[in-house]
Design a protein around this ligand. Structure first.
Ligand code: 5GP
Length: 232
């Protein structure tokens, strides 16, 4: 039986950007969807791409589908936080996706490849990087074949690309092995909650310092304020 923790941290986001990368077929989409069902305050950043939509994909939900000309114009106007060419198509995160997150009490999940992750972490130094690993190359191959979206040639191409991507996992803050989905969901959820608690530390301690001052007079914070002040 799952015991739901009664934490303020699950009521809303803290404006944190979570960057999630995984080789195609790593199970990232399902994982992210399940975590979003369980945790309020998490939004998925809908990327812009020049790739054609797959039969199960919807405009504005999975991606914003545009032609190369539109994409290049957006890039020229500086409308992307990051963009990259992946397997012959362009993909990018619009800058407007990362605006107003703190005000809206939202955390944002970016599903980007390793090139995109590098660009995001260079620009947003508090972004949290999470890599989702398939349990093994053979499981990845099996998953790609089962989902039936790619030709055998594309599957080979994706597998070769996956092994390159996996070498980048070292640079991420967290790695989750997506073997059993429920466990992977629990881990991603735990990471988001822990990062929310970390971000809230400053706010909590400043608030506590004010309470102590009310009781003990100005400049008393018992070591709780940002400066770690002692009674003076
Ligand atoms: P797919 O075509 O299978 O949806 O995605 C192919 C790859 O593009 C995946 O590795 C995915 O993470 C990456 N991708 C999706 N959106 C973006 C984006 O906005 N920026 C970057 N850099 N990569 C993206």
């Amino acid at each position: 039986m799952r015991v739901e923790p009664n934490l303020d941290a699950i009521k809303g986001g803290e404006g944190i950007v979570f960057v999630i990368s995984s080789p195609s077929g790593g199970g990232k989409t399902t994982l992210v969807r399940k975590v979003m069902e369980q945790l309020p305050g998490v939004r998925f950043s809908v990327s812009t791409t020049t790739r054609s939509p797959r039969s199960n994909e919807r405009e504005g939900v999975d991606y914003h589908f545009v032609d190369r000309g539109v994409f290049q114009d957006m890039a020229r106007r500086g409308e992307f936080l990051e963009w990259a060419e992946v397997l012959g198509n362009f993909y990018g995160t619009a800058l407007k996706n990362v605006e107003l997150l703190e005000e809206e009490k939202i955390d944002l999940i970016l599903d980007v490849d390793t090139q995109g992750a590098r660009q995001v972490s260079a620009q947003l130094n508090h972004a949290v990087l999470i890599f989702i690993l398939p349990p093994s190359p053979s499981v990845l191959k099996q998953r790609l074949m089962q989902r039936g979206l790619d030709s055998p040639g594309t599957i080979q191409f994706r597998l070769a690309n996956a092994s390159k991507e996996i070498q980048e996992a070292q640079k991420y803050h967290y790695v989750i092995i997506n073997d059993r989905m429920e466990e992977a969901v629990d881990q991603l959820r735990a990471i988001i909650l822990a990062e929310r608690c970390r971000k809230r530390k400053k706010t909590i301690l400043n608030k506590k310092a004010e309470q102590w001052e009310e009781h003990h007079g100005k400049n008393y914070s018992g070591g709780l304020s940002e400066t770690g002040g002692k009674p003076v």
